[in-house]
Ligand binder design. Sequence first.
Ligand code: ATP
Ligand code: MG
Length: 182
Amino acid sequence: MRTFIALELPDGFAADVAALARQLSAEVEGRFMRRESYHLTLAFLGDVDEAELASAIAAIEDTCPSCSPVPLRADGLGKFGRSSDATLWLGIAPNPELDDLVYPLRDALVDRGVDFDEKTFKAHITLARRAKLPSGSLPPLEFPRDDSATCITVFKSTLEKDGAVYKPLFRYDLEAHRALPL
Ligand code: ATP
Ligand code: MG
């Protein structure tokens, strides 16, 4: 199964991201993500079997007891790829809590022999795919209010015709420091 590890967004922050995406969709053509799909990817594992999934969960349980909720502060829009066919995202400002989560987690995955995409980490929330970005400037936009993320989740991703569908397989609460029911 195709999997990744991500932070979930609290409802208020997700609502603000959705409002921002709505403003953008007036100016930008593209396949905008469903609000319930918003997330911040920490590690993309790709295809794993049950044993690797168990190891990934163990890596989270190794790492997260000493981690804290992660501040979420939007720091601008960005893109991967060409302007005519871009992945459009909202950047999240780096912060110590995020660094103290993502790098130890990636180390724990390595220690447990779980492969993941090792591209340099860039904290972002994907807003749209196949976006055609205008050459001029965008109108003034209202960015999300600062918040913090408390839930780290292993998602299963099923690729469907009109975009991926994500299903949580394991959740851990960075505040209560325990696994959460699904
Ligand atoms: P689609 O591929 O249909 O556009 P998607 O990219 O949302 O949908 P996935 O490809 O399963 O769904 O990706 C899940 C998450 O992992 C997304 O946040 C995606 O940006 C990220 N991701 C996907 N592939 C990689 C990769 N090779 N390296 C790092 N992150 C990745
Ligand atoms: Mg993809």
